[in-house]
Ligand binder design. Structure first.
Ligand code: OGA
Ligand code: MN
Length: 279
């Protein structure tokens, strides 16, 4: 079956035009996965998926992350919100989502992809932005690629969160620091053969490099990778479906008032490969 789609920007994001029943049949799973890895983000409008439908679609695309099931029928469902009454674990870290990041950089195998649908939207802000860490790598000069291919980055929770909450309490900062760090190669050689930067605000420093040089390099790469030419900004409408390839993109949410009650329903697919460096 041929999947109908159109590119939303030159590097990142495609919109698909698909009948809901065909989408849920699983018949397009192979094509969707290929498009996801190629374009980083897939959106569809007007689908109005229920939780069960969103979960079934997720399962057709990969290995659903289950997490802790809070309530019957909520298997795999995470409610993305600032509201601590709805999701206390997520709410305490959600401010960090306003900085460019990949999810799960503390894990050996970061999640492959995530599916989001809106349930409550904010009248202002609350867009989700994506950039392609594939395109950002591919556009670098060859000599720079060759250098970056040899580097390893330490990802820490305090690097990810402190820039978003400089007035945190000493106890909160200590709690972030207690979280285990994770090293990943700066350049990911994916099984597909494509390479991407493993870039995220969680990237604290480069192993074995002088701290000032390491800081400069990571800042420069972040500025490079987040240029407008790599960006897709999603302005949400009720009924949308958005899927992103977490292994080859960064994302962030633009600021919005907490009182808006903004809430998205999220299902995540487990990663399928460790972050393998260039060999
Ligand atoms: C996430 C995330 C952004 C948003 O769910 O991992 O960063 O727009 N969400 O809510
Ligand atoms: Mn995120």
């Amino acid at each position: 079956m041929a999947l109908q789609s159109t590119e939303l920007t030159p590097n990142t994001g495609s919109e698909i035009f698909v009948d809901k029943s065909v989408l849920l049949s699983g018949a397009l799973a192979g094509e969707l996965r290929a498009l996801l890895v190629q374009r980083g983000v897939i959106i569809a409008r007007g689908l109005n998926l229920t939780d069960d439908e969103q979960r079934a679609l997720a399962r057709s695309l990969g290995d659903l992350r289950l997490g802790t099931v809070k309530k019957e029928g909520d298997e795999g469902l995470m409610k993305v919100t600032f509201d601590a009454k709805i999701n206390p674990e997520y709410a305490q870290f959600f401010f960090g989502s306003q900085l460019w990041h990949m999810d799960g950089t503390y894990e050996e195998v970061p999640p492959f992809a995530t599916l989001l649908t809106p349930r409550v939207l904010s009248e202002t802000g609350g867009q989700t932005e994506f950039v392609s860490n594939y395109a950002a790598y591919e556009d670098l000069p060859d000599d720079e690629k060759a250098l970056l291919d040899t580097l390893t980055v330490v990802h820490t929770m305090q690097a990810a969160l402190f820039p978003g909450k400089r007035d945190c309490s000493p106890e909160e900062f200590a709690m972030w620091c207690a979280y285990p760090n994770r090293e990943h190669p700066l350049v990911w050689q994916h099984k597909s053969g494509r390479k991407s930067l493993v870039l995220s605000t969680s990237g604290s420093h480069i192993v074995g490099m002088h701290p000032l040089d390491s800081h400069d390099l990571l800042q420069r790469l972040m500025r490079h990778a987040t240029q407008e030419k790599y960006l897709y900004r999603h302005t949400w409408q009720m009924g949308d479906l958005l899927i992103w390839d977490n292994t080859g993109t960064m994302h962030r949410v633009t600021p919005f008032p907490e009182e808006s009650g903004r809430q998205l329903h999220r299902f995540t697919l487990n990663g399928e490969e460790v972050v393998r460096g260039v060999v």
